[in-house]
Design a binder for this molecule. Structure first.
Ligand code: ZN
Length: 292
């Protein structure tokens, strides 16, 4: 379905083949925040109860009714709507979740795969579509958010994420560095695309034993992760398939991929970019720039 920006306020579109990672969720957060902040929730429609399970749609709606959104934040790949009650509404897009803000009510029959609609007293709606139904929405009690988010590793764009912190995470771990970077309990928000691009920029082979990285390599990797994520946010994420930003434009970071999805193409150094599997995930690297 074609969405026109002049029909709807904010259009955020994540489709399969790209998993929303930190830069895509951050782009969505940035786009939705000015529309959602200060809006009071009138109620919800839950066409697919799986999105709120194990909480029933009725119980989910009761918790949100009358709450005002005081801010839109992000933790890892989770989008967080902070409520004036101190509770937080969390949305995880998983694989194909897509969020759209509409200034007025839409006709649901025209919105395929609609799982959840948050209605605001202004008449605006936040629509959550999800083709593959892995996306979830849930409410965290007031005062429990900090404890909840401790299950995730540090935010890579925080100042506190430095070479010393990363060295502590890597210490004595024998897993390939690529797998470690994807582990949300160790570092939050990095997925397949940004792991490959960060390792390339740091000149570290994806199969390197995590615990074997030198201090200098850890330092290079921290800098590469931050630079890669910031570049991607600046370009509004990666659109391999149909991801669109708030203005209906594609993210542009995929145009700058140095190795990801480029196997068989030449690296800047002249060697051919190769693909291998690490922990079941397609992994791209340059054998010239990233020696084992
Ligand atoms: Zn190279």
């Amino acid at each position: 379905m074609e969405l026109k920006d002049n029909d709807y306020g904010t259009i955020c579109d994540i489709k399969e083949t790209i998993l929303p990672e930190l830069p895509e969720v951050e782009t969505i957060r940035h786009q939705l925040e000015p529309h959602l902040r200060g809006k009071t929730i009138a109620g919800v429609n839950v066409p697919d109860p799986r999105v709120t399970a194990p909480v029933s749609p009725a119980a989910f709606g009761r918790r949100l009714k009358g709450r005002t959104i005081s801010g839109v934040t992000r933790r890892g790949k989770y989008l967080i709507l902070e409520l004036n009650s101190g509770e937080t509404l969390v949305i995880h897009l998983r694989m194909t979740g897509r969020l759209t803000y509409s200034r007025g009510a839409v006709r649901f029959s025209q919105w395929p795969h609609l799982r959840l609609v948050i209605n605001f007293i202004s008449g605006a709606q936040l629509l959550f579509q999800d083709q593959r139904r892995f996306g979830t929405a849930f409410v965290i009690d007031a005062g429990e958010a900090a404890a909840y988010w401790r299950r995730l590793g540090p935010e890579p764009l925080d100042r506190a994420f430095n070479a010393r912190l990363l060295a502590g995470i890597l210490d004595r771990r024998k897993r390939p560095i690529k797998s470690l970077l994807l582990d949300q309990q160790l570092i939050a928000g990095i997925g397949n695309i940004y792991a490959d691009e960060s390792l390339y920029r740091a000149r570290i082979h994806p199969l390197r034993n995590s615990g074997s990285l030198t201090q200098e390599e850890a330092s290079r990797l921290v800098a590469a992760i931050k630079e890669t994520l910031r570049d991607a946010i600046r370009l509004q994420g990666s659109s391999i398939d149909t991801y669109r930003d708030a203005r209906g434009r594609r993210g542009r970071f995929q145009e700058t991929f140095r190795v990801h999805r480029r196997s068989g193409e030449p690296c800047a150094c002249g060697r051919t970019i190769r693909k291998l599997k690490v922990g079941g995930r397609g992994t791209y690297f340059c054998p010239g720039c990233q020696k084992l």
